[in-house]
Design a protein around this ligand. Structure first.
Ligand code: SPV
Ligand code: MG
Length: 290
């Protein structure tokens, strides 16, 4: 069964899949071991990894290279965050070909103009495409995919742009009309009211995806009571968790004048060897090195 088919099957079986943001093969391995249903090849996380803002500065090639590396180390389905699709509908055709070939099981394309500004930034410039133009991009993605199980997820940034629920619903319905398999509805409010209201007002059969970054109180139990949401993406938790630990550890080493204290509080190197699958290398050495 292809990873894309597995993702659809898991969604049908459990009613709600949990997708963890990754920025590297190592973070993907950790997400897989922790028990997530899939991986989010996050634009925000990869941008942060390069020390850059999430504003269309990372190229498609950089994102694809990382996605390929992740796909080489993890078996979970990968949902690729392709931002605005790197241009117009023609760029989307090329992107879908490349992402499917690289090992993605789904893409999320958002209805902002290129270059985009990250959604959660206070006062960020949030310009949306005309609905018809974005429909063309969704149609291009659907027409290009080879595996019919590959998910094309349309993300509307109407709430992020401050347009309100009626506009968000109008856009989301138009994207369903263009063939989207799911709708990602995003909000930057610090509480889940916009998402809960949108979800209750959503009457289409196409299910919803959310990214509860700004409103972390909306947990899986609460999501299940809303009915329409089938996918939760934990959008920036990998890079924030890694940064929390590195920041604290690095500061302590400077303050302590050495690593004599921190070494007890971080993983032993043997755990990194395990994640690197050193045992496989040792076995290959024993077998092939003469
Ligand atoms: C990402 O993780 O890149 C996302 C989610 O798109 S957010 O940063 O909240 O827009
Ligand atoms: Mg993103």
């Amino acid at each position: 069964m292809s990873p894309a088919k597995r993702l659809r099957a898991r969604m049908a079986e459990t009613g709600l899949v949990h997708i963890m943001a990754t920025h590297s093969p190592l973070s993907a391995i950790l997400a897989e071991e922790a028990g997530f249903d899939g991986l989010w090849a996050s634009g925000f996380e990869l941008s942060a990894l390069y020390g850059l803002s999430d504003m269309s500065l990372i190229s498609m090639t950089q994102h694809l290279d990382m996605l390929r590396a992740i796909a080489g180390c993890a078996t979970l389905p990968i949902v690729a965050d392709i931002d605005t699709g790197y241009g117009n509908a023609i760029n989307v055709v090329y992107a879908i070909r490349e992402y499917e070939r690289a090992g993605a099981s789904a893409v999320v394309i958002e209805d902002k103009t290129f270059p985009k500004v990250t959604s959660l930034a206070a006062g960020g410039r949030q310009e949306l495409l005309r609905i018809e133009e974005f429909q063309g991009k969704i149609e291009a993605a659907v027409a290009t995919r080879r595996d019919p199980n590959f998910l094309v997820i349309a993300r509307t940034e109407a709430l992020i742009a401050g347009l309100g629920e009626a506009d968000a619903l109008q856009r989301a319905k138009a994207y369903v009309g263009a063939g989207a398999d799911m709708i990602l509805i995003h909000s930057k409010l610090k509480n889940p009211s916009e998402i809960e209201n949108f979800s209750r007002a959503w009457t289409q059969s196409v299910p919803l995806v959310i990214v509860p970054n700004a409103y972390p109180d909306l947990d899986a139990e609460r999501v299940k009571t809303l009915g329409n949401i089938r996918m939760m993406i934990y959008g920036n938790y990998g890079i924030r968790a890694a940064t929390t630990c590195m920041q604290e550890t690095f500061r302590r080493i400077i303050a302590d004048g050495g690593v004599q204290n921190v070494h007890k509080d971080i993983l032993p190197v043997e755990e990194i060897f395990r994640l690197q699958k050193m045992h496989e290398i040792r076995a290959a050495e024993a077998r092939f090195l003469r």
